[in-house]
Design a protein around this ligand. Structure first.
Ligand SMILES: [Zn+2]
Length: 480
């Protein structure tokens, strides 16, 4: 890796007296409180706030836990709001009408687990091992929120009160695609109004080479069912003449990519905005090693669209995945029958310029045109949970985050990256009419959504330090 890590703390590049000494105090404060942060995180991870389990009291307990932690940090106003049936936590600390107002977004719901696949620990029984805390939600996103709370504590130890007006909105249905979030944003428009959103649900590039995420992709998924015979029929009786649902679905899915790895839906790229050279240069400047990438991403080979680097494929180009396929007798003894139904879930990642309604129409038309008339099919595109891509505008907020990250991670330069996934970033930017900067503390090797999810504790501390400095940098950088 070529990332340069300075042995001595670096300043933000600005000239203020005592900057480095102040920075040491923040880092020392956080190190001195690491055990408390880890104990809090473990306590919160023990609450299995699995997304969608709305009748379950655990989502409410998780929200109540966070509300308590925000009150303990000093927020004078903390409330539980309901987005559909999912509890969101709102907190506000207004300090100065003339100071900028920043809204921090994240989520406290977590993905469902397959407990039998966890080897380090049971998903909701956190353990610390070799500098990582293992448990569902440790990195996505409870750790990121605790980095905020401890960053704020360090900031308060320096300044007594926040240097910006702070609001937190931590939702409880992000892992479902935030289906009720737009309604909540609309209902609470006045209360959540802000000059800037800090969106904390993204990855960093890698340890030792921090980078700012300045774009997230959009997402739209579809469920396809293909119907062959009226019922499963003995293949010894009808094989040859009966249309096979599994075969026709496979043929359709295989046609989604052409031989160069491009998505073959007619018109799919028409709205995608061209990638600026500057963006490609930013990604090319990140330290990248293919072997290292394969190990961290648990992949065997690099595939994908020809003509684009791995990082361009991940962050700047659309992609498609088959998430699941089912047909016939996948478990238990086979009946040697031609399956009546075959089903698949597919998910597209989209880029700036692409629109959900158009992509939805392209998916429907592609399936309709490609499937032969010997089978019937239904195509359900989940437009209600689709998300658009978002790009952070260049400007003072990104510069302030850059300075805060240099001080937080004690490096001389901070790279630029994207995020392969999304979240309701574009929705928030649109509804709040405010720009979004991304700052999360996860890495790909934290295994979000997978078994043995974990968080890298030294990165949580550096992230907390970054957030302690961010409010200071933003108070200076943003217009009043
Ligand atoms: Zn998340």
């Amino acid at each position: 890796m070529t990332a340069e890590k300075l042995s001595a703390p670096a300043g933000s590049g600005r000239e203020h007296d005592g900057h480095e000494r102040d920075d040491d105090r923040v880092h020392d404060f956080l190190r001195a409180n690491e055990d408390r942060l880890v104990a809090q995180l473990a306590e919160w991870v023990r609450i299995p706030s699995v997304a969608g389990s709305n009748r379950d009291p655990d989502l409410r307990r998780s929200a109540a836990w966070l509300a308590g932690a925000l009150r303990d940090t000093g927020f004078p106003r903390v409330e539980i709001w309901w987005a559909g049936e999912a509890p969101a936590v709102f907190a506000e600390w207004a300090v100065d009408r003339d100071a900028p107002t920043v809204l921090v977004y994240s989520h406290h719901d977590v993905r469902a687990v397959k407990e039998e696949n966890w080897s380090e620990t049971a998903p909701f029984e956190p353990v610390v091992r070799a500098g990582r805390l293992y448990g569902r939600g440790s990195s996505d996103a409870k750790g990121q929120i605790l980095a905020h709370l401890w960053g704020l504590r360090a900031h308060l130890a320096e300044h007594g009160a926040p240097l910006v007006n702070l609001k937190f909105l931590v939702e409880g249905e992000e892992e479902l695609g935030s289906p009720s979030f737009a309604g909540l944003l609309e209902e609470k428009a006045e209360e959540i109004a802000a000059d800037l959103v800090v969106f904390s649900d993204t990855l960093l590039w890698r340890a030792g080479a921090p980078a700012i995420c300045t774009s997230v992709r959009g997402m739209i998924s579809a469920h396809i069912e293909v119907y062959g015979p009226v019922k499963d029929i003995h293949s010894g009786a009808a094989s040859g003449s009966a249309p096979n649902s599994a075969l026709e679905l496979s043929r359709l899915l295989a046609s989604v990519l052409d031989s160069s790895g491009r998505i073959a839906l007619p018109g799919f790229y028409d709205d995608a905005r061209p990638i600026p050279d500057e963006r490609r240069e930013e990604l090319a400047a990140l330290p990248f090693d293919e072997e290292d990438w394969l190990a961290r991403s648990h992949t065997r080979k690099v595939g994908g669209e020809s003509g684009y680097t791995v990082l361009e494929q991940l962050w700047l180009r659309p992609s498609v995945e088959v998430i699941s396929m089912i047909a016939g007798d996948p478990v238990g003894p086979t009946r040697a029958a031609i399956p009546a139904v075959a089903a698949a879930d597919i998910s597209f990642r989209t880029v700036p310029g692409q629109r959900n309604d158009r992509v939805a129409e392209q998916i429907r038309r592609w399936a309709e045109e490609r499937l032969p008339d010997t089978v019937e099919a239904t195509v359900e595109v989940a437009e209600e949970s689709a998300q658009l891509a978002y790009e952070t505008p260049r400007g003072p907020a990104v510069d302030a985050l850059d300075a805060a990250m240099r001080r937080g991670f004690r490096v001389s330069t901070v790279g630029r990256m994207g995020n392969a996934g999304g979240g309701p970033a574009e929705l928030m930017a649109r509804m709040l009419k405010a720009p979004i900067v991304f700052f999360g503390t996860g890495y790909i090797e934290d295994d979000w959504h997978d078994s043995d999810e974990s968080v890298h504790l030294p990165t949580l501390l550096d992230g907390a330090a970054t957030l302690a400095f961010l409010w200071e940098e933003l108070a200076r950088a943003l217009p009043d």
